[in-house]
Design a protein around this ligand. Structure first.
Ligand SMILES: [Zn+2]
Ligand SMILES: [Zn+2]
Length: 170
C-alpha cells in the first residue's frame, strides 16, 4: 500500500509550479479569439445574427474551410463575410470596409426595400446568420472585391445555387 503522506506532501509543489507556468504563458501569449464571435450578450442585432464558428461549409459542394486566421466581431472593419439563409440554406458572400454591424444595418434595409439580390431573397426567406470569412487591413474597395470574388468561387454562391448574382455587387 502506498504511503499517502508522501503524495499529499508533493502535491502543493506541483500545483505551485503549474500556477507559475500558467501565469508566464498567459502573459506571453495574449488571448486571441479565432473565427467569428459575439461580443454583445444582448441588444445587438448583429451579434445575435453572428454564428460563433471557426469554419464554414459550402452548401453547394459540402467543402469545408477553416477560418483559423480570422477574428471577426460586429465591430470588425474590412471584412469578407458569409450570410447563410437559415430557411433554405442558400449562401451569400459580401464585403465591407465599414464595421460589420453598419453593413448589417444596410442588409436589413435591403430586406425591406427589396432592391438587391440579397433583399429579393429575403422577401420569401426570413432568417439569416453571418460569419466572417476573411479580415483585411489597409484594403481598397478593389482589394476587398477581389477577395470577395475568391470566396464566391470557393463556396460557389452564385445564383441559382447561391444568392450572389454575377456583375451585381451589393
Ligand atoms: Zn455586437
Ligand atoms: Zn433562403
Amino acid at each position: 500500500m502506498p504511503t499517502p503522506p508522501k503524495v499529499i506532501f508533493r502535491q502543493p509543489k506541483n500545483l505551485q509550479s503549474l500556477i507559475v507556468r500558467a501565469k508566464v504563458s498567459s502573459r506571453s501569449t495574449p488571448v486571441v479569439h479565432r473565427g467569428t464571435f459575439k461580443t454583445h450578450a444582448r441588444n445587438c442585432v448583429t451579434c445575435s445574427a453572428l454564428r460563433e464558428t471557426t469554419h464554414v461549409v459550402s452548401h453547394t459542394t459540402g467543402e469545408r474551410f477553416h477560418l483559423n486566421t480570422t477574428s471577426t466581431t460586429c465591430t470588425t472593419k474590412e471584412v469578407i463575410y458569409l450570410i447563410n439563409c437559415l430557411d433554405c440554406g442558400k449562401q451569400y458572400v459580401g464585403e465591407t470596409g465599414s464595421e460589420l454591424k453598419v453593413r448589417h444595418r444596410g442588409h436589413r434595409q435591403e430586406f425591406r426595400k427589396c432592391h438587391t439580390p440579397l433583399g429579393f431573397h429575403f422577401q420569401t426567406c426570413q432568417r439569416c446568420e453571418l460569419i466572417g470569412l476573411q479580415n483585411l487591413t489597409n484594403s481598397t474597395k478593389q482589394n476587398r472585391e477581389e477577395a470577395e470574388l475568391k470566396w464566391i468561387y470557393r463556396l460557389k454562391t452564385y445564383a441559382p445555387l447561391g444568392i450572389n448574382v454575377k456583375d451585381m455587387r451589393h
